[in-house]
Write a protein that binds this ligand. Structure first.
Ligand code: SF4
Ligand code: SF4
Length: 132
């Protein structure tokens, strides 16, 4: 086992890798890609203009298209970096939920800690606090 550390790709780099795979490894075909309706098109060269939506949101769109709009299927996508045959790892997998995994996890932990309140919902005080 090698101790080499593999740097994780950014969202834009992951899109680039996905596009190169989509075009059978041809960088020329990626640059010539005419599929302007593909969600990844603006990022196929690795970066997009300032007007483009953020790359993680772009990946989310692509993943929803890949799974016919089914969010649960996107979440359950089996094409992780550690997947085995018959699956192949998908370069977009880390970002399929629409944010960087670290940020997604931080948000989820925060949501667990936050008490949800609904308009009109009255939370009664415990009996020992009413008499004071
Ligand atoms: S923009 Fe879409 S169709 Fe074009 S190379 Fe990338 S993934 Fe393939
Ligand atoms: S990460 Fe999964 S859902 Fe997203 S494009 Fe790749 S295979 Fe499809």
């Amino acid at each position: 086992m090698s101790g080499a550390h593999t740097r994780k790709l950014s969202a834009a780099e992951s899109i680039r890798k996905f596009c190169v795979a989509c075009m059978g490894g041809s960088y020329v075909l990626v640059s010539e890609c005419a599929q302007t309706d593909c969600p990844l098109h603006a990022y196929r060269l690795g970066q997009a203009g300032e007007a483009a939506r953020p790359p993680v949101r772009t990946i989310r769109r692509q993943c929803l298209a890949c799974c016919c709009g089914n969010r649960e299927q996107v979440r359950a996508c089996a094409a992780s970096p550690s997947c085995r045959a018959p699956f192949d790892p998908c370069p977009l997998w880390r970002f399929r939920l629409g944010s960087r995994p670290e940020i997604f996890e931080r948000r989820r932990k925060k949501a667990r800690r936050t008490l949800l309140t609904l308009p009109g919902l009255v939370i009664e005080k415990p009996a020992n606090q009413e008499a004071s």
